[in-house]
Design a protein around this ligand. Structure first.
Ligand code: IDP
Ligand code: MG
Length: 150
């Protein structure tokens, strides 16, 4: 158990379907802390770097075409065990098999168009955060009371 930062990305289908706000709400509600946020239409180079691990898979070219098809919302979220906590919020890859209550379980019917990406381990999180947020993330503390009362 320890503080981690994970990389999460709303894919083009999630952005086009207007799910960005709902998705951010789920991570905020859980108690994770948003430390970076960026909307971008990924370049071919960025998409290929991000999914390099899948470059030999049969779905790779379709995946690259999909992820570069429009804007995505890239985020970094921090918290205790943030990598596995985020993966649990997201749910398993195939939306039809994902349990209701997870993002994919609530919104996805397909394995390819599955709304959202989340890093699957410490090494991938570090790699993906560096790739999408080369300028680093924001350091801040969540403290609602000090905002409610001046
Ligand atoms: P994950 O996003 O749940 O970690 P991975 O196995 O890492 O799933 O696959 C990365 C992404 O590649 C998936 O989110 C999905 O968009 C796509 N993908 C994975 N398997 C398939 C497939 O069998 N057909 C089409 N797309 C796939
Ligand atoms: Mg993965």
């Amino acid at each position: 158990m320890g503080m981690q930062t994970t990389f999460v990305m709303v894919k083009p289908d999630g952005v086009q379907r207007g799910l960005v706000g709902n998705i951010i709400q789920r991570f905020e509600n859980k108690g994770l802390r948003l430390v970076a946020l960026r909307q971008i239409t990924p370049s071919l180079e960025l998409a290929e770097s991000h999914y390099a691990v899948h470059s030999e898979r049969p779905f790779y070219s379709g995946l690259i075409e999909f992820i570069t098809s429009g804007p995505v919302v890239a985020m970094a979220w921090t918290g205790v065990d943030a990598i596995s906590v985020a993966r649990n919020i997201i749910g398993p890859t195939n939306g039809r098999e994902a349990a209701p209550g997870t993002i994919r379980g609530d919104f996805a019917m397909d394995i390819g168009h599955n709304i959202i990406h989340g890093s699957d381990g410490e090494d991938t999180a570090a790699f993906e955060l560096g790739l999408w947020f080369p300028e680093g993330v924001i350091e801040w503390t969540r403290d609602a009371e000090s905002q409610i009362y001046e």
